[in-house]
Design a protein around this ligand. Structure first.
Ligand code: NAD
Ligand code: MG
Length: 398
């Protein structure tokens, strides 16, 4: 191994789908990794169980009363884990001098500040939290560069692209003609678009190929997830909007592709299992066992491809629109979408109105000069976009 001592990792969002998969991979390699901090938003019981199993130095719960609850339960069990509260504690553990790597697996723009803290502190930053880079944009990439951080994509599509590229980033621009992000098409790929207004939250979160958190599952059903991934790819691989294409591939076996200048196409394949990109982020440039089953092309159903229909998936096309609009428009799109998805899951908004809120927000909430040059500015823009989206949601009703 490259490492002389176990790498210390901070898992932000450890009780979520990515968090749990991360701990699963870590548990396969106790000699390589040590859990330094865990964090969650709620679910004290789940975080308690994780703390007892992993015995991290710190556990973070932003809410003070939940943190107090966890603290007393841990003390009862004789645990030495220290419980921190307040949102700033997420950034504090992410930037802690004893931390080597941070798994950013919080959902939404709430993960931006801890990602920036980890980036500025020069950590290896494993980015699952795509909303953070969609909101942070150029500022996010600057923090990575200035802090000397190593940014590794965990989103399966971006991990695939990264795996198809050489380690030397200075060669990327020369060799890439464009990339193709694959999309499963989600649960409504073949549903009559005229019936999308009837979709219930339970139907929307039932994804055919992946088990994920509720927010990303709804995003997969609207294909806003792919829209966020187009924006994420723009920053991770410094591409122009027209260099990013999307293709529906219902089997989710090809995780994405790079089309080179010479028309050679590089793809990364595997069974759909997030532990593979997580393990790659953890072990890069080495490779470690991830727990995933091996792809068998002889028993695997045939691979197929379709174009993403704009009438069925209009949200996807907002990504290129936002990338070509004023800087900060991608933050507006993300904020509107977070509020629209929360409202849909809460029974306050129809499924097909998620797109209306997103499209109208892009038209109405215009970023102002200078708003994108600081995290305070971006979070102000994010709040403004949320208020306007909430007004639209109230107008539309359920
Ligand atoms: P999830 O809802 O299952 O888990 C989210 C985690 O973050 C939980 O631990 C939760 O307690 C915590 N959290 C939520 N809101 C928070 C807040 N405001 N402050 C602090 N902590 C908070 O979500 P997930 O599916 O694990 O997704 C996490 C991120 O990874 C998302 O950005 C998602 O788009 C991305 N991602 C997920 C998958 C997947 O397979 N699940 C794949 C690719 C990318
Ligand atoms: Mg993805």
């Amino acid at each position: 191994s490259l490492h002389t001592r176990p790498q210390r990792i901070c898992v932000l969002g450890s009780t979520g789908s990515i968090g749990v998969n991360t701990l699963d991979v870590l548990g396969r390699h106790p000699e390589r990794y040590e859990v330094f901090a865990l964090s969650a938003m709620s679910r004290v019981d789940a975080l308690l169980a994780q703390c007892l199993q992993w015995q991290p130095r710190f556990a973070v719960l932003p809410d003070a009363s939940l943190a107090a609850q966890l603290r007393s339960q841990l003390r009862e069990q004789g645990s030495r884990t220290e419980v921190l509260d307040g949102v700033d504690s997420l950034s504090a553990v992410a930037a802690h001098p004893e931390v080597d790597m941070v798994m950013a697996a919080i959902v939404g723009a709430a993960g931006l500040a801890p990602c920036l803290a980890a980036a500025k502190a020069g950590k290896r930053l494993l980015l699952a939290n795509k909303e953070a880079i969609v909101v942070g944009g150029a500022l996010f990439m600057q923090a990575v560069e200035q802090g000397g951080a190593t940014l590794l994509p965990i989103d399966s599509e971006h991990s695939a692209i990264f795996q198809c590229l050489p380690e030397d980033r200075s060669t990327w621009a020369q060799r890439i003609d464009h990339i193709v992000l694959t999309a499963s098409g989600g649960p409504f790929r073949q549903r009559d678009p005229a019936t999308l207004h009837e979709v219930t939250p339970a139907q929307a979160v039932a994804h055919p190929n992946w088990v994920m958190g509720r927010k990303i599952s709804v995003d997969s059903a609207t294909m806003m997830n792919k829209a966020l991934e187009v924006i994420e790819a723009r920053w991770l691989f410094s591409l122009k909007p027209e260099q990013i294409k999307v293709l529906i591939h219902p089997q989710s076996i090809i995780h994405s592709m790079v089309v080179c200048r010479d028309n050679s196409v590089l793809a990364q394949l595997g069974t759909p299992d997030m532990r593979v990109p997580i393990a790659y982020g953890l072990s890069f440039p080495e490779r470690i066992e991830a727990g995933a089953s091996r792809l068998d092309l002889l028993t695997q159903p045939a691979l197929s491809f379709e174009e993403a229909d704009e009438r069925r998936f209009p949200g996807l096309y907002l990504s290129w629109q936002a990338l070509r609009a004023a800087e900060g428009s991608t933050a507006v799109l993300n904020a509107a979408n977070e509020e629209a998805v929360a409202a849909f899951l809460d029974g306050r908004l129809r499924f097909d109105h998620i797109h209306r809120v997103n499209a109208q927000s892009l038209e109405q909430t215009l970023p102002q000069a200078g708003e994108c040059s600081s995290v305070e500015g971006l979070l102000g823009l994010d709040q403004r976009a949320r208020r306007q989206a909430l007004a639209l949601i109230a107008e539309l009703g359920a």
